[in-house]
Design a protein around this ligand. Structure first.
Ligand SMILES: Cc1ncc(COP(=O)(O)O)c(C=O)c1O
Length: 492
């Protein structure tokens, strides 16, 4: 066949170019399973972080798509050895940077099942079983939060999407006013001001309220900002509270915020992306008391509920507020309207085509039971408390904030040696660089006020005290090296 004939060739019924035999499918799936199980079971012997600079990865990877295919098993091998390892191993037992996560195996396999059953979790007609499953999982979350039966919600890609959905619902419930303003603490995750921007809040109408000495929203400053804005003709539409800031784990005064919400009639959204699942434990329930009075709550099951990405959620106290904000009629979807008792989950948020996120949550809870999940969440808090104690007793380390949820902020600051602020910052940056390149553990940094802080976030169900202790010990060792270097450097 010449080129012209080849190009004009029309696929016939006999061509199934993109299919595999059942034997090939099974063998490829077991290849993938082997590669993943090898990775997961070997994690603690691997480095917690591996990365490569762009030039070398580009040299290795950049090429035109091949015209003819190659062995599928070889392709997966390549992915497993040449591409995917160059990443932060978020589920490594000594991975404490940012907000890590450690999925359970039934959760991982459920994502494979969801892809294999090829569900589009958009409407009741298209996916009734999965829709009912999502309603069930959302109902679990509702009960854990202490929300009334009138509450509902949906699963989202993550907290960023949940925040956008929540702010749209808040804006609609406020009657879509002009000059809308949104309030959040200066500790809020960047996803929140971004969500406000996405829904069209002008930058000068996104108010970052100062936080107090414990990094919780200052209620007096909030009340003054709202009152001042009202006088100037602005229209407050939402206050966003943190139930676990990503930086220090601080929890805003939720009860006071709820009382403020009830008095002022402004939608209260709680970003509980990271800390929210603490609510399954008794300690967490106390820490998060008042959350049940918020209008909406965002919770990420891909953080502290041991699920693979993406498993965010948004719960709203009045389930109808989401559909009021998001439902649109479309001719092509007219067959999918089955009435209020058969909700189309796509009408509750920004996505139409959606994967079955509920499956992994449901399957892992069914497999292990809630008692195991409760213990796993508690363990993170216990290990963080113990890390705080270790740091308090260390002559090399200094605890910078009270341990909150699973987060520990600290720095190298050796007793008996006086270093100025600039040198201390240099020492701690040096320590962090050594941690990165050493790879035995991974953590990241934040700012505690003006202070450069090292930060552990302990939320992995496979982490042991030995992992935490070894990480703190190596920090002390790297700290000593960095301090020695500063002391040996002649003053300029
Ligand atoms: C407190 C908090 N809010 C929001 C987000 C954004 O969440 P996502 O990455 O799921 O969109 C994060 C992410 O770490 C977070 O920790």
């Amino acid at each position: 066949m010449n080129d012209n004939e080849q190009n004009s060739r029309v696929a016939s019924d006999a061509d199934f170019d993109l299919q595999m035999s059942s034997q090939q499918m099974l063998s490829l799936a077991s290849k993938a399973a082997e590669l993943i199980v090898d990775r997961v079971t070997g994690l603690s012997k691997e480095k917690a972080w591996d990365g490569e600079f762009r030039q070398s990865l580009a040299q290795q990877l950049m090429s035109d798509p091949p015209e003819e295919g190659t062995s599928a098993a070889d392709v997966l091998e390549r992915a497993a050895h040449e591409i995917l390892p160059f990443a932060l191993r978020l589920d490594h037992p000594r991975s404490f940077g940012f907000i890590p996560s450690s999925p359970t195996w039934p959760g991982v396999v459920s994502d494979f099942m969801a892809a294999g059953f090829h569900i589009n979790q958009c409407t009741w007609l298209v996916a009734s079983g999965p829709s009912q499953l999502e309603l069930l999982v959302i109902d679990w979350f509702r009960k854990w939060l202490g929300y009334p039966e009138s509450a509902g919600g949906l699963l989202t890609s993550g907290a960023s999407a949940a925040s956008v959905d929540a702010l749209v619902a808040a804006r609609e419930s406020a009657g879509y006013p002009d000059n809308a303003t949104v309030y959040m603490s200066d500790q809020s995750h960047s996803a929140l001001p971004r969500a406000a921007k996405i829904i069209g809040i002008r930058p000068h109408c996104i108010r970052l309220i100062p936080s107090d000495a414990h990094f919780r929203m200052d209620m007096t400053a909030l009340a003054q900002a709202v009152a001042g804005d009202r006088k100037k003709g602005f229209n407050p539409i939402a206050v966003v509270a943190n139930a676990g800031t990503s930086s220090t784990g601080a929890i805003d005064p939720l009860r006071k915020l709820a009382a403020f919400r009830e008095k002022e009639g402004i939608w209260l959204h709680v970003d509980a992306a990271y800390g929210g699942f603490a609510i399954v434990t008794d300690v967490g329930k106390q820490l998060l008391a008042g959350i049940e009075r918020a209008d909406s709550v965002g919770l990420d099951a891909h953080k502290w509920f041991f699920q693979p990405y993406e498993a965010g959620s948004l719960l709203v106290k009045d389930a109808t507020s989401l559909e009021h904000a998001f439902a649109f009629r479309h001719d092509i979807l007219q067959d999918t309207v089955w009435g209020a008792n058969h909700p189309n989950l796509a009408d509750r948020g920004l996505q139409l085509s959606r994967s079955v996120r509920a499956l992994k949550i449901w399957a892992s809870v069914q497999t292990f039971g809630m008692a195991a999940f409760r213990r796993a969440v508690s363990k993170g808090m216990e290990l963080a408390t113990r890390a705080g104690e270790y740091i308090r007793h260390s002559s090399m380390l200094e605890l910078l904030t009270p341990v909150s949820l699973g987060i520990v902020c600290f720095r190298v600051n050796p007793q008996g040696i006086s270093l100025d602020d600039e040198s201390l910052e240099g020492v701690n940056k040096d320590v962090l660089a050594r941690v990165f390149w050493d790879g035995q553990a991974f953590y990241s940094s934040t700012l505690v006020g003006e202070i450069f802080a090292l930060r552990l976030c302990i939320v992995n169900h496979t982490t042991t005290w030995e992992d935490v202790r070894a990480t703190l010990e190596s920090t002390e060792r790297f700290g000593q090296m960095a301090v020695d270097r500063v002391q040996l450097t002649p003053e300029r």
